[in-house]
Structure formats: C-alpha cells, structure tokens
Design a protein. Structure first.
Length: 278
C-alpha cells in the first residue's frame, strides 16, 4: 500500500491501522461490521451439554483483554448473536459478567472439576476475528485461572470448516459470521437453528423454545412483531449460552489516496463497481 503496488487492501492487521491513518497516501474507510465473532461449544458433548457449564466458562473470559490484544481498538464486546447495527438487536440484553471466582463455583456446583478441553483456532484472518490464535491464547490463560486446561488446535482452513461441522467434534470452535442480507434470520436460523445442526450451527445446538420463536418470526411479515420475537430469541440464547459471544469488529478497508468512490460493502464483499483511480 505504501509503495503503491496495490490500491485496495482487506483484513488489515489491527496493529497497522494507526500508521495507515497517519499516512497521507492512504485513506482508511471504516464502519461497524454486520458481524459477530464467537466461541461455539459442542453442546452434544458432555459437560458442554449443560448450559450451566457453558455459562460458567463464559464468565471466565475476559473480553476486554481480547479487545485490547486482538482487535486493538477496532472492535466492541459482543453480547448478542447479532450485531448492534442490525434491526431487532436486543439492547436490554445483559452480558455475562467477567467473574472468575463465580465461574469456578458454578463449575464446582455442576460437578465439573479438572476439566480439559480443546479450543480450535482459525488459521486465517477474518473480519470478525483478526487473530484467532492470539484470541485462543487469551482464552486459554483465562480458563486456566478457573481450573480448566485448554489445548489449542488448528487445521488448514478448508479442513477446519469441514471438521468443525462434525456432531462429535472434540472442542469449542472459534468462528464468526458476516451477514448476507441484513435480516436477523440470516444469523439466528443459519447459525443457531435446528436445521443447521451438522452444518453452519457449529454449537450443534437445537433448543426447541428458541427454534419455535425464530420459526414463528420467519412466518410473520409485520416488522414490529418480528422484532419482539427476535428480542425474545436473544434472551433464550443468552440463558442457554451455546456460544461465548466475543466481539463485533469495526471493518477497515485501506485504499490509496487516488482511489475514488470506494464504499465498504456491509455484507463483506469487495465491490469495484463504480470505483475509479484518479
């Protein structure tokens, strides 16, 4: 970018953003991403089939440490499975508090001790997770503080996506999603619906009360009624905790100063229609 060898870049390293902002030859368009990064437990495998265990683990994660070390100011902590920029986002939803002592007690009350688990770290950089390995290392250290031993594993990207769908998968998976169309169903049904178990539902989570709500919302045309249903669905999701919701990123796409009429695609594409070089 500095040398002028390319005009547009995607997925920049957060550590480089400050230098890009100061460089007169580079523009740095940014916007809040229609995305979410998460850690998906395999809810079909004990003890992760117990929502109290999942909730306890969530309370052991220091999201601020992740935001500081991984996103470096280019993200915000995620509470819900949909981003705050999306309609029907439940702004009244309470996030799990970071409370290692309470997390240890919850694990003990659930009869879980000396827990060993795997965390899968993506081998690639994505808008919702610029450094999955570093994120896994932070969570590994956090879980050690609550008595949980973590082994970090990874695979080639195609293999990672394939293996992480398996219902008997050993370990919790770091992954995320950028919305395709701006509708809450594109997150809640695609990532958490019963039909998506064994596919894009990496938590392998089929919870009928949640499923009933999102299926009803899919059949309703009134946006106000749909909003109420999706807000209810987010409450159920938070109670059941199939994921640790980690962060929503701010998307940055650096361009050279001579690039004109560039716009960030909210759905994660890289669109060159109508773009020119001066």
């Amino acid at each position: 970018m500095k040398a002028g060898e390319c005009h547009v870049s995607i997925y920049p390293n957060p550590a480089d953003l400050d230098a890009m902002k100061k460089d007169p030859d580079i523009q740095l368009p940014q916007q809040e991403g229609l995305n979410v990064g998460y850690l998906a437990y395999n809810t079909l495998v004990a003890p992760f089939d117990n929502p109290k265990v999942r909730k306890a683990l969530n309370m052991g994660i220091n999201k601020q440490a992740i935001l500081d070390s991984v996103f470096q100011g280019a993200g915000k902590a995620a509470t819900a499975p949909i981003p705050p920029t999306m309609w029907s986002y439940n702004a009244n939803l309470k996030d799990d508090a970071f409370d290692p002592e309470a997390a240890k007690k919850m694990l003990a009350d659930a009869g879980v001790k000396d827990l060993k688990m795997k965390i899968w770290a993506m081998p690639v950089q994505r808008p919702y997770n610029p450094n999955a390995r570093r994120m896994a290392e932070v969570i590994q250290a956090d879980f050690k503080n609550i008595g949980v031993e973590v082994e970090i594993v990874s695979f080639e990207w195609g293999e990672y996506l394939k293996r992480s769908k398996e219902k008997d998968r050993d370990g919790a998976v770091l992954l995320g999603w950028t919305g395709d169309n701006g509708d809450p169903d594109n997150f809640l049904a695609v990532l958490l619906g019963c039909d998506a178990v064994g596919g894009s539902n990496r938590a392998q989570w089929c919870h009928q009360p949640f499923e009933d709500i999102i299926q009803k919302a899919k059949r309703v045309s009134d946006s106000a009624e749909r909003t109420k249903l999706y807000e209810q669905a987010q409450v159920v999701f938070k109670e059941q905790a199939p994921w640790a919701t980690i962060a929503h990123s701010v998307v940055s796409q650096p361009i050279r100063k001579e690039v004109k009429d560039w716009k960030i695609d909210p759905f994660g594409g890289t669109i060159f229609y109508g773009v020119d070089v001066e």
